[in-house]
Design a protein around this ligand. Structure first.
Ligand SMILES: [Zn+2]
Length: 299
């Protein structure tokens, strides 16, 4: 189950400090067969804040759970008002050097796959192919009644029409794509129903308190089985949905390499944790490998 992140988890003081030595990461990539598992940390340089870390949005805002969302029309109204506003920011976000580097690794045949915990679509925008979106994607909408999938931009247009003049200024935005709004700012925001059956619409993302679809988990497990190493990029591995793949790789004797500024829950299972920002770190690695990043910019 995707658990709501909490601020109560404090990393153990006995963990080894992170290094700045990127050589093991470059070596793992050069060997080929690396699997990338990415988290919010790779998108912060694109202007999408993490829940944790400095200025993390969790200090201001409690993310919506599946139970809250399905349990009350009022919660859904609040969610869609926040999400609709947040979508404008997400729509403007562009891939950064970290995403472009991952796409370049893939294009040069160094990866077996990319699993991302992010719902922002920025890996694909950078040119990565076959990305498994563990927690779904904000650019799709699903009907909870009939299962119809539709593009988010269509819903955004309908919400614009239903809420002319809705333009509050948000205090901040969250990695799941919703903006921080007060109840007063949410006001009388109008939600629209499924165009097929009139049912309840939800973004096609795995909410906190909701399970990742089992077939998606199995696809990821298969990717881990087929990989020779696991490269964790920008995830604190606080939630089990990502940590389990780190455990699987470590149990199978595959090296786990982490690039994340802060300590992670996977540090004990990793051969190294590089404590550097993703964009500059991965740019250094692409330089060392002689991998061209420029051609990856398809977006
Ligand atoms: Zn429907």
């Amino acid at each position: 189950m995707r658990m709501r992140p909490t601020l109560s988890w404090t990393p153990g003081a006995d963990l080894p400090p992170g290094t700045t030595d990127l050589a093991p990461v470059a070596e793992a990539l050069r060997a080929g067969g690396a699997l990338v598992l990415s988290g919010a940390g790779i998108s912060t340089e694109s202007g999408i804040p993490d829940y944790r870390g400095e200025g993390g949005s969790l200090s201001r805002h409690t993310p919506m759970t599946y139970q809250d969302f399905t349990g009350s029309p009022e919660a859904r109204r609040r969610y869609w008002a926040r999400s609709h506003l947040g979508w404008r920011t997400f729509g403007r976000a562009r891939p950064n050097a970290g995403h472009r580097s991952v796409a370049a690794f893939g294009r040069h045949g160094l990866l077996t796959g990319v699993i991302t915990q992010n719902v922002d679509g920025l890996h694909q925008a950078a040119g990565s192919e076959g990305v498994v979106e563990l927690h779904g994607s904000l650019d799709r909408v699903v009907c909870l009644t009939c299962g119809d999938l539709s593009p988010r931009r269509e819903l955004a247009r309908r919400l614009e029409e239903a809420n002319a003049g809705f333009a509050p200024v948000a205090a901040g935005i969250n990695p799941d794509g919703d903006a921080d709004l007060t109840d007063e700012q949410v006001g009388d925001f109008r939600v629209v129903p499924c165009t097929v059956c009139g049912g309840i619409l939800k973004p096609d993302v795995v909410f906190f308190g909701e399970n990742v679809p089992p077939e998606r988990v199995e696809r990821c497990r298969e990717l881990v089985r087929g990989a020779s190493s696991l490269l964790v990029l920008g995830s604190s591995l606080t939630v089990m949905s990502g940590l389990r793949f780190v455990r699987q790789a470590a149990d199978a004797g595959k090296p786990v390499l982490i690039v994340n500024r802060d300590v992670t829950r996977g540090d004990r299972l990793a051969v190294t944790r590089v404590a550097l920002p993703l964009g500059p770190a991965l740019t250094t690695v692409t330089d060392r490998l002689g991998v061209s990043v420029e051609a990856a910019a398809t977006a």
